[in-house]
Design a protein around this ligand. Structure first.
Ligand code: SAH
Length: 377
């Protein structure tokens, strides 16, 4: 049986001012919020009883009114290259994913912002499942909280013996969903990630990746200063509109203007442009030249992502040669470009392969039958 939704406030979703207000609301001093955050984020504690420097009565109140609840784990998958993927429960029938990518000098956690996605990019596995719902701020922050705990408790595995980091040092919003389409919950989550009393990550170690929701990029510039990545994928509007349909509403010129505005406002160093390499679609030398023309002279870096296939896709990955040639064309024209190393392919954890899963269709059907509905599988 699923337990009933809790009436208690999940503290993982409350940025500092909101937590201070919550603490004041149950009759305690606002500075207690910082002590609480210290326990929750620095020490990874979920149990109020263990927070021994808080007054007993305050802890009892917290137990009644609050909780620290991360998403429940459905399953964990470990790749031969040290990458790990967790399938997390969204509800009885739906799941979403997060991925940890260990490297010698950093540990990157790729988190989701929505269950499914509505943007319908033609080369992305998440798009195929459609949009289910926004993740709450607590579910977004809860992924980082959970991963930190999971990694701490993990057996020293292949990753650590190869000298790879087992700590989350970087967070990228590049999992399932379009973060700027869930602005209301993503912004508080970003604040908790960068708050000194929260995860205390530097703004350069938190990256939000967007398919190009232009008005929300301007809004984001008012709210946060994290690093910005933009899924460009094509050097001209005709092709980009085919690959990333939001381009029909916000074409490339408008998008780039928003990017430069974001950098100016936030005093950022550069915008990363993601470019998925699709054989015979967007990987020709002429397209590299057109891309260089768009970006040359601007604070831009291009990250070429070898396409990761998934069942039913009509695209193929560009050859390693074509990808290198494309990178070299950009470099020769003064545009910084790197090739993203593909990780976690054997567990479907690579970019664009996160599809979540319908956990248990039987439960979903039985659940709906209770309400007299007939739902086809
Ligand atoms: N919605 C956001 C973030 C999620 S996707 C965005 O569009 O930026 C993270 C990155 O993976 C994006 O650049 C996306 O375009 C890319 N991607 C999606 N499907 C892919 C695939 N099959 N192979 C390689 N990269 C993919």
């Amino acid at each position: 049986m699923e337990s009933l939704p809790s009436e208690r406030s999940n503290l993982l979703g409350l940025e500092r001012p909101a937590l201070e207000a919550f603490v004041a609301g149950i009759g305690s001093k606002p500075f207690r919020a910082r002590q609480l955050m210290n326990w929750i984020y620095k020490r990874g504690t979920a149990s109020f009883a263990d927070m021994t420097d808080l007054a007993k009565e305050f802890r009892v109140l917290l137990e009644a009114r609050a909780e620290v609840r991360a998403p429940a784990i459905v399953s964990v998958h470990a790749s031969s290259d040290g990458t790990r993927k967790w399938l997390l429960r969204a509800d009885a029938a739906q799941a979403f994913e997060m991925v940890f990518i260990p490297e010698p000098d950093r540990g990157t956690l790729c988190i989701s912002s929505q269950v499914g996605c509505a943007l319908d990019c033609s080369f992305c596995a998440t798009a195929q499942q459609g949009f289910n719902r926004n993740l709450s701020a607590a579910e977004i922050v809860g992924q980082v909280w959970l991963a930190a705990r999971e990694l701490e408790g993990a057996e020293p595995a292949a990753a650590s013996s190869s000298g790879d980091s087992r700590r989350v040092t970087n967070v990228v919003l590049m999992g399932m969903g379009e973060p700027l389409a869930n602005f209301r919950n993503v912004v508080p989550a970003l604040r908790i990630l960068t708050d000194d009393f929260g995860f205390d990550l530097s703004r350069r170690r938190v990256t939000l990746s967007t398919s190009g929701l232009v008005p929300q990029i301007y809004k984001l510039a008012e709210e946060t200063n994290v690093a910005l990545a933009v899924s460009l994928h094509a050097p001209d509007d005709a092709l980009r509109s085919e690959l990333v349909p939001i381009n029909r509403i916000h074409p490339i010129a408008e998008l780039l203007e928003a990017c430069w505005f974001y950098l100016d406002e936030q005093n950022g160093r550069s915008v990363t442009f993601e470019y998925v390499m699709l054989e015979g679609v967007n990987d020709s030398p002429a397209q590299a030249l057109a891309l260089a023309r768009l970006l040359r002279g601007h604070p831009a870096k291009v990250n070429l992502i070898p396409f990761n296939p998934f069942p039913g896709t009509r695209y193929r990955r560009s050859s390693a040669d074509a990808i290198r040639r494309f990178r070299d064309e950009l470099l020769q024209r003064g545009v910084l470009a790197t090739i993203r190393r593909t990780r976690g392919e054997d567990i479907d954890a690579a970019c664009g392969q996160l599809a979540g899963r319908v956990i248990d269709r039987t439960t979903a059907r039985l659940g709906s039958k209770t309400f007299g509905l007939v739902v086809s599988p």
